[in-house]
Design a protein around this ligand. Structure first.
Ligand SMILES: NC(=O)c1ccc[n+]([C@@H]2O[C@H](COP(=O)([O-])OP(=O)(O)OC[C@H]3O[C@@H](n4cnc5c(N)ncnc54)[C@H](O)[C@@H]3O)[C@@H](O)[C@H]2O)c1
Ligand SMILES: O=C(O)C(=O)C[C@]1(C(=O)O)C=C[C@@H](O)C=C1
Length: 385
């Protein structure tokens, strides 16, 4: 039976989830927000079936409640939900960027027999509001769930299935404290650094506007997230306070290391710090692309003769290698051509390179392609990490 889903906060994240649910599941989506105008817009773009500015009305008869408000407001809303009549068997989840405090607060819901499963989709933007929402924002992103150990497995499965069908995200189960430490380092600390750098340069720019004018790729790439929403980030920093204090201490130590090396003209140390960073940055796993767009490609030289495409396709087919696309790239006067071969799965790409080389073809391929990537976990059953 299609679920009735209430989304509380129809902004960037709530609005994107609403679009996903409407596009890819049979769910009926009720939106709740303080802004009637935004709800009206969400209705107009087909993200929600109905908008409510009254919380009780919005959650009435909901099978699933997704709280997509700023972190402090998520905590207050959990308190409010404890006072409201919710449907039996209803599952409450959230999308907040921190988890420990929220999961702790939601224990009150459990006392009322309501299942709460913390959630955090690891995709977003520095933009906010329903107008920035888009469908498939979370495709192939990780989506962390933090169920408490005593939550029924069937409830975790039910929520995971709905979220997977809607978003095509990769679901993972994590402990909330573990989540806050990791996300603190890779998301919260970088937002602090970006804001600090923008403010520092802003101070210099007050007396000389060339600071802003000369700002090129490096400054812009590093500070995009410095334009993020102040209320959202105020709440995140206060909620993840304990982890962030430790992370900031480590950051200050990193900066002191650089400062000392520069002050002492320690060329070796400076080179070491950048060399290590370059290697580590290159080891970051590929950012997973959309299911439709991700392709691994190689090119081979072939004689420009009829039947050559069939010959290559058969060779790969005999080895059970799934080829997604094949086409001639170029015809040269010396009767040589170049075939472009595209594969959806990295394992097919790798096997094809080996197989074609063995058969005597000259293969041009980026050997680094997909090196750090793991096969996509294509299932709604979350992995526990
Ligand atoms: N932006 C990101 O990149 C990102 C990514 C993952 C998770 N998150 C988390 O998702 C949550 C929502 O973030 P967002 O980026 O969608 O923010 P947003 O500002 O785009 O959306 C929040 C929505 O909540 C509504 N709202 C705010 N206060 C309200 C109140 N008191 N009563 C009723 N409605 C209220 C706003 O009108 C808005 O529509 C946050 O907890 C954030 O930590 C954000
Ligand atoms: O891409 C961005 O602009 C984001 O800030 C997204 C981002 C992140 O830091 O990666 C921000 C907060 C979230 O909780 C998850 C993702």
């Amino acid at each position: 039976m299609p679920e009735r889903v209430a989304i509380l906060g129809v902004g960037l994240i709530g609005g994107s989830l609403a679009l996903d649910l409407k596009e890819r599941t049979g769910a009926e989506v009720i939106g709740y927000d303080r802004s009637g105008e935004d709800l009206h817009f969400a209705e107009a773009i087909g993200a929600i079936d109905e908008g409510k500015t009254d919380l009780e009305q919005a959650v009435k008869d909901a099978d699933i409640i997704i709280i997509a408000l700023p972190v402090e407001k998520i905590k207050q809303t959990i308190d409010s939900l404890c006072q409201l009549p919710l449907r039996r068997g209803c599952i409450v989840t959230d999308v907040g960027s921190t988890k420990s405090e929220i999961v702790e607060r939601a224990r009150k819901l459990k006392e009322r027999g309501i299942t709460f499963i913390g959630g955090h989709p690891m995709a977003g933007s520095h933009r906010s509001g329903i107008k920035a929402a888009r469908s498939l924002l979370f495709e192939n992103a990780y989506y962390v769930l933090t169920p408490e150990p005593d939550i029924p497995v069937s409830d975790v499965q039910r929520l995971s299935r709905l979220l997977y069908l809607a978003t095509r995200a990769e679901l993972v189960i994590m402990d909330p404290v573990h989540h806050d430490r990791i996300v603190g380092a890779i998301s919260h600390l970088p937002h602090i650094i970006a804001a600090g750098l923008v403010n520092q340069v802003g101070d210099y720019n007050e007396s000389n506007e060339w600071f802003h004018r000369l700002a090129a790729g490096g400054f812009r790439d590093l500070t995009r997230i410095g334009a993020s929403h102040p209320i959202m980030w105020r709440d995140i920093l206060l909620s993840n306070r304990t982890q962030l204090i430790r992370l900031l201490d480590d950051w200050i130590a990193q900066m002191s290391d650089f400062r000392k090396a520069v002050a002492e003209r320690d060329a070796e140390r400076i080179e070491f710090l950048f060399d290590r960073s370059r290697k580590l940055r290159r080891q970051l796993p590929d950012k997973k692309k959309g299911i439709l767009s991700r392709m691994y490609e190689c090119y081979i030289d072939v004689p420009d003769k009829p039947g050559v495409i069939g010959k290559v396709a058969t060779l790969l087919g005999n080895e059970n290698i799934n080829l997604s696309n094949i086409g001639v790239m170029e015809n040269r006067e010396d009767s040589q051509g170049v075939l472009r071969l595209a594969f959806k799965q990295v394992k097919d790409f790798r096997n094809a390179v080996v197989c074609l080389r063995k058969a005597g073809y000259t293969v041009f391929a980026d050997e680094e392609e997909g090196r750090e990537e793991h096969e996509r976990h294509q299932d709604f059953t979350p992995q526990t990490v």
